[in-house]
Each structure stands twice: as C-alpha cells, then as structure tokens.
Design a protein around this ligand. Structure first.
Ligand code: GUN
Length: 283
C-alpha cells in the first residue's frame, strides 16, 4: 500500500478562502475581527510561529495586534496585559504564545484569559466544555486534525484511535474530540508499556510525541490512517515529523506529510476561531 497524503496546505487554503468571505460579511456589518498575539522573549521558533499567524490573519482580513514583551517581564506585568485585552471590546481573541520564561507560571496566564476570547482553547473552562461534548473553544491543532477526517470522509465511528502523547495542547483534547465523534480512544505516553502493541491496533494513529521519526512501519497496522503532529529537526537539521514518513507511507492508507500536513491546519483553525468569536452577537 502507498499512503494517500492528506494535504494540509491545500485544505488550509480552502478554509482560509472561505474565512475571507466571512470576514467581508462581518466588515459590512461594521465588525473587524481582531486578534491580539502576545510574544514574550526571544524564542526563535515562537517568533516564526507568531509571524506565520500574523501573515495568515492579514491575508484573511483579520486585524492583529502583536505585543512583544521582554524576557524579564514579571508575571504581574504580563497579567496586566491580558486583563487589558480581556476588557477591550474591540478584541475578539487573545493568544499568549507558549513557552513562557521560567519566572512566569504559564498556567496562571492561560487561566487569566477570558474564556470567551480564548482562541487557543486552553482555558480549563473550555477544556471542560470540550470533554462534556459541548465545545465552546477548541485547541487548534486537534481541531485542525478533525478537519482532515471530515474532508476525506474518514469516519471515526467505532474506530480504534490510538494517540501517542498526552499534552494539554494536542493529546488530551484530541482524545476528547475523537471520543465525541464515537471513536474508541486509547491515550498512550512515555510511561506506556508495550507501546508498539497498542499502536499496531490503531485504525487511526495520532503521533504527538515530539521525537524525530519515532513511529516506524512496524508500529502501524496496514491500512491505518496516520496523523503526524511532530515538528522536529533530525541529526542533519532537516525538519521531520514524529513518523518515519518514508517507511510508514508503505503501510498506511492515509498519512499527513511534514511539513504541509497538520501545521497549516493549526493556523487555519486559529483564524477560524477568531472569526467565530467575532461573529458572536452580530446579527
Ligand atoms: N506554542 C506551541 N503551540 C502553541 C499553540 O498552539 N498556541 C500557543 N499559544 N502557543 C503554542
């Protein structure tokens, strides 16, 4: 079997084109969606992510305000920024780029963002709604992955989904979304015993581990759908996923490439959520 590639770049473009239309309609009603992106310090990867979010927003017509703050900022100073934009009615979404410097408790910051403006979907109130199958705001990466299943008519009902990784950003919310769509879900992680035995049972395998090319052909059931969330540099400095793409493409039915798979979908979903928040209350 040679896997069909799930083209995230193409799907994200389709979604963004549709969003552009929704933004036009909002503007005709006097509302411009506005996203505040707060970046603390000099993390080079974070800088690139923030720049990409800014560019995507611009293309769609979403207004962005990028706030760049110094590495030494105190928790209280950062909280004051969050509070300011929570109270600003012209702002629909607030995102604080992670990771944050060591002196700041990231959880405290995430929890301070108003749930109604939480475009990342990280606030415990929003996570709670998601787990109760009453989603309000959704974490963008797993939400983006769900769009592949929709687009390619991959039904989750009764399927065994195995997720490798239990992060708050991907693994856990991914499990809730798949459960909400009637999959049988197994979450695995670094302490899981006999990991390969479990991954080989997966009809749908989500790799969100953060280790270069960790999932090999022998970890995958022939015909499985494989989603690669990884973004790692290998020994040669090349950007690679959590899946050994070359090997796994020989056995999977569908596979998301890296780059051009999950990554572009994350940004598209961030834009979608910002537009959705701006549409609230507009007749
Ligand atoms: N850092 C890595 N991924 C993300 C994300 O989705 N949102 C935020 N705010 N920070 C991140």
């Amino acid at each position: 079997m040679v896997a069909k590639l799930l083209d995230g770049k193409k799907l994200a473009m389709e979604i963004r084109t549709h969003l552009k239309q929704r933004v036009q309609e909002l503007k005709q009603k006097g509302v411009t969606p506005k996203l505040v992106v707060i970046l603390v310090g000099n993390d080079s990867a974070s800088r690139i992510y923030v720049r990409n979010k800014h560019r995507a927003a611009q293309k769609i017509g979403i207004e962005t305000k990028d706030i760049e703050l110094p590495q030494e900022i105190t928790e209280n100073e950062l909280l004051a920024y969050v509070k300011k934009y929570n109270e600003d009615d012209s702002v629909h979404g607030i995102l604080v780029q992670l990771p944050l410097p060591a002196q700041i408790n990231a959880e405290k910051i995430t929890h301070a963002i108003a749930p109604a403006k939480d475009v990342d979907g990280f606030h415990p109130v929003n996570i709670g709604h998601l787990f109760m199958n009453d989603p309000h705001a959704l974490p963008c990466t797993p939400h983006g992955i769900m769009q592949f299943f929709k687009k390619y008519n991959i039904s989750l009902m009764g399927k065994h989904a195995v997720i490798v990784g239990r992060s708050n950003i991907v693994g856990r919310p991914m499990a809730a979304m798949m459960l909400n769509n009637d999959a049988t879900v197994t979450i695995t992680h670094s302490k899981t015993k006999n990991l390969s035995e479990l991954t080989r049972q997966a009809d749908i395998l989500i790799a969100a581990i953060g280790q270069a090319e960790f999932i090999k052909k022998t970890d995958v059931k022939p015909g499985a759908v494989v989603i690669d969330v990884g973004m790692n540099r290998n020994d040669k400095g090349k950007l690679v996923g959590d899946v050994d793409q070359k090997e796994v493409a020989e056995v999977a039915s569908y596979l998301t490439p890296v780059p051009g798979g999950v990554g572009p979908m994350t940004i598209a979903m961030l834009m979608e959520q910002t537009v959705k928040f701006a549409e609230r209350g507009v007749q």
